[in-house]
Design a protein around this ligand. Structure first.
Ligand SMILES: Cc1ncc(COP(=O)(O)O)c(C=O)c1O
Length: 474
């Protein structure tokens, strides 16, 4: 009897061909506006829940349903007009790598099972360390995203600075740190009483004096500074904390210095990014997010450490069923350097696009994003219609409509309406945030598909929103 779990060569060709056709039309239509009501879609999605299928269905039918009824009715995260949150886009080459990874299913959790593949992943991490300016001693692991990299940072800091007894340890982060950091503190057993939320300065960067004061007070009160977290490209405003100054404070207070560079880190591939992130290499650990700054599909983050022996001190454990090391050659054993044992071969998703396209392609694309953000900023500043809240350090600008005629509540409603108007047009997508209780509009240009034409769409749609809605502002 035929084993249904093992398709024939012909069946595999057919499945790939069918899927390829769907993918090509999906990519072809990416720039087309898709307009729908998300609340209705949510309701319909809820109703669409299915019980476990007992019958077989053809791939043809399944793909039709997926690509016609399900995939389009989502936030258009891979479209060129997506400038909400932190985009990336999802390069095809990495999707291709994913297919190879899943089908070949090689094991890279430990170093002796697929040495060449392990070396590929190690190389990818070494490339990242070099981009950052880390030395040969550095290392890291690929994670599922920035949140898990941040959690790994807290576990390292806690263990390496205070061992098991960390209840008198204090951690410091600005109010603009990504919320995954607060989750990480709690998940790693750091209680609220140990967490210091350091205020930000007028440029939305961590206030250094406030940090120093908080540390002094804690030491006087018998606490031990355990960890300082800086952000290199905050999610709210894109601001980069004063990395050098914080490094000095971390050194003086013997605290672990972590930089969350999930958004900004890969801009170090560009000259301007390097200047903006000056001092990043002084961190004990760094979070990067290739699924943001390298345009990869979701599912790849990176955790880097200045000294890879630190990772082994925290995560290395033996077990009788784990094979002995047979070679003195240094391949990195990721099971000894992270929480994971069995893990996807994430390295290929970075390595294949870099091999095919060359690093210069990524550098150029990142430079283009910085230029587009400057262009966008200049346009809205010149128009005089918008209040600039945060000028882009990198590729994220924050602005809003403001007028003395309106109260804070009214202005917040107006700016929400503006975002809704633009998003309802469907060709560009923005998101907002709250700054000092004011609802403001964020524009983050980081999709590899976004070019000047798409920024012009956004500017046109914002202007149209203003002229259409002005009469309704109350
Ligand atoms: C600065 C920053 N850190 C961490 C994260 C969390 O990363 P992820 O969503 O990959 O878990 C994000 C996500 O947007 C972020 O912007």
């Amino acid at each position: 009897m035929k084993n249904m779990l093992e398709p024939s060569e012909q069946e595999i060709r057919e499945m790939i061909q069918l899927t390829t056709e769907k993918i090509i039309s999906f990519l072809d239509e990416l720039a087309e506006p898709v307009v729908f009501d998300m609340e209705t879609v949510r309701e319909e999605a809820y109703q669409a829940s299915e019980t476990i299928p007992e019958q077989q269905s053809s791939l043809d039918d399944i793909l039709d349903d997926l690509f016609e009824n399900k995939i389009p009715y989502a936030l258009q995260t891979s479209s060129p007009g997506f400038m909400a949150y932190i985009p990336g886009g999802g390069i095809f080459h990495s999707g291709l790598a994913e297919l190879i990874v899943k089908v070949t299913n090689r094991y890279v959790g430990i170093d002796i099972t697929a040495p060449f593949l392990n070396q590929i992943e190690t190389d990818v991490l070494k490339w990242f360390c070099t981009m950052i300016g880390y030395s040969e001693k550095s290392g890291g692991t690929l994670t599922s995203g920035g949140s898990l990299a941040n959690l790994t940072a807290v576990i390292c800091a806690r263990t390496l600075i205070m061992g098991d007894k960390f209840s008198k340890g204090t951690v410091y982060a600005s109010g603009y740190v990504h919320h995954s950091m607060w989750k990480a503190f709690h998940a790693a057993g750091i209680s609220s009483s140990q967490i210091r939320n350091i205020k930000i300065d007028t440029d939305f960067r961590m206030d250094i004096q406030a940090l120093e004061q908080a540390i002094e007070q804690d030491i006087e009160a018998g606490f031990t500074p355990l960890m300082i977290v800086a952000t290199a490209g905050s999610t709210n405003t894109g601001s980069v904390d004063p990395l050098n100054e914080i490094a000095k404070i971390a050194k003086r207070s013997n605290a672990w210095y972590h930089i969350d560079a999930a958004y900004g880190g890969f801009f170090t591939m560009t000259e301007r990014g390097k200047k903006c992130l000056l001092g990043i290499e002084q961190a004990d650990s760094i979070t990067l997010d290739p699924h943001k700054g390298l345009f990869l599909p979701y599912g790849t983050g990176a955790f880097l450490v200045k000294d890879r022996e630190d990772l082994k001190k925290v995560f290395s454990h033996n077990a009788d069923y784990i094979p002995d090391k047979t070679s003195a050659h240094e391949l990195w054993d990721f099971s000894e350097m992270s929480l994971e044992l069995t893990r996807p071969f994430r390295g290929l998703g970075v390595w294949l696009p870099f091999k095919m396209l060359g690093a210069g392609t990524f550098k150029k694309a990142l430079e283009e994003k910085l230029e587009l953000a400057d262009y966008f900023y200049d346009c809205i500043e010149k128009s005089g219609d918008w209040e600039i809240i945060a000028k882009n350090d990198l590729s994220l600008s924050v602005f809003r409509y403001n007028h003395t005629n309106y109260s804070v509540d009214q202005l917040n409603k107006i700016n929400r309406k503006i975002i809704n108007y633009v998003n309802d047009k469907g060709r560009t997508i923005l998101s907002g945030t709250l700054i000092d209780n004011n609802f403001v509009i964020r524009n983050c240009i980081l999709s590899f598909r976004s070019h000047k034409m798409h920024v012009d769409w956004l500017i046109d749609d914002l202007n149209e929103a203003l002229s259409e809605l002005r009469g309704q502002f109350t």
